[in-house]
Design a protein around this ligand. Structure first.
Ligand code: ADP
Ligand code: MG
Length: 337
């Protein structure tokens, strides 16, 4: 097959720490599932992957163990990653009639060469005929409709489930950036800790996730939000209901937000002045699920003084950018890693 002959046999995969997305050249998103596996607690055999695994974990969490193989942004466990990717490629392949697709995959800022090689290797093992690699912030910028091939700086802040990355993109490459293991999962952990410490109240991860989505904010809200939740009084062990406000959740989320802002400032301080002045003009774009935290744009603007935009489809920006790449490979060939 000719390099530019990107036919029906080609797909792009976004291997997120929380979600896996797959797209082909001219389809909509053909697969969007949690990047998890459910294992049997007793014998550690794989019971289910993706959505099925999530459903099982919601219903019978005690008998199962949840594995997120890309939790730390890279391949944490080869065996489970391979199993998950085989499944993903098989599911994606069902919609078409191809056997071995060529796969474009995104990698985070600060990925090492060894990590890239591992991703390539596992995708080949999982059924890819060939692997093409792009930096995620570059794919995001393309997804946002920015012209990444110009010698002009654009800044992307991607707040995912297990990781936050910030990348200054110019001439199709990441010029400066940062990546930290702080994201949605850490926000949930901090919400659990806060309620336990301040209110002697015990909740599980799914309640924390709901609180983050329903009340989470990065700066104070004009109209405070309030909700009732059920959990355990940790002093007595008795179940009860309490009222939680957006002020509580904002306080709980302060530490991870601070770490994210530190990493942005660090990366900006390592950005060449001419690109920094482009970013002052063009702004910072926020993508990933964390872009939905209320007032996250206000926080970024408040700390950096740079105007900030939230992506329209923060979960899909990376994969939509990758679709544009597989559709215009001739144009983008030089920016693949
Ligand atoms: P990844 O690319 O790492 O898979 P995503 O960009 O898919 O991550 O984002 C997933 C994260 O976004 C999860 O941690 C999820 O809890 C979080 N998230 C989803 N919706 C919201 C919301 N409304 N507010 C804050 N965080 C959210
Ligand atoms: Mg992502």
């Amino acid at each position: 097959m000719n390099f530019f002959d990107f036919g029906q046999r080609d797909i792009a995969i976004d291997l997120g720490t929380s979600n896996i997305l797959v797209i082909s050249k001219d389809s909509g998103i053909i697969l969007k599932e949690p990047s998890i596996l459910a294992l049997n607690q007793k014998n550690m055999s794989i019971v289910a992957t993706g959505k099925k695994a999530q459903d099982l974990l919601d219903k019978t969490p005690d008998t199962l163990k949840m594995i997120r193989p890309f939790r730390d942004g890279v391949i944490a466990d080869y065996k489970y990653t391979l199993y998950l990717l085989k499944d993903v490629i098989k599911k994606a392949g069902k919609q078409f009639s191809f056997r071995k697709p060529r796969v474009l995959v995104g990698v985070p800022v600060k990925v090492t060469e060894i990590e890239c090689m591992a991703i390539e290797e596992v995708l080949i093992q999982a059924g890819a005929s060939e692997v093409l690699i792009i930096y995620e912030p570059v794919a995001s910028a393309i997804g946002l409709g920015l012209d990444v091939l110009k010698p002009e700086g654009n800044a992307i802040l991607d707040i995912g489930g297990g990781r936050t990355q910030f990348g200054v993109v110019s001439l199709g490459s990441v010029v400066s950036g940062s990546a930290i293991k702080v994201g949605g999962n850490y926000f949930n952990q901090k919400i659990i800790e806060y309620l336990k410490k301040r209110l002697n109240f015990g909740i599980n991860i799914s309640v924390a996730e709901d609180l983050k989505i329903d009340l989470g904010c990065a700066t104070p809200l004009v109209a405070e939000l309030i909700t009732q939740i059920r959990g355990i009084d940790t002093a007595t062990g008795v179940p009860k209901n309490i009222t939680v406000t957006s002020k509580d959740i904002k306080r709980a989320m302060e530490k991870p937000l601070e770490l994210i802002m530190e990493s942005v400032i660090y990366a900006l301080s390592n950005t060449p002045p001419e690109l920094l002045s482009d970013i002052l003009k063009n702004g910072i774009y926020i993508v990933g699920g964390g872009a939905l935290i209320r007032n996250i744009d206000n926080l970024v603007f408040g700390v950096t003084g740079i105007k900030t935009y939230i992506a329209d489809e923060p979960f899909d920006t990376v994969i939509l950018g990758m679709q544009k790449i597989i559709n215009n490979l001739e144009m983008y060939k030089d920016i693949l890693m």
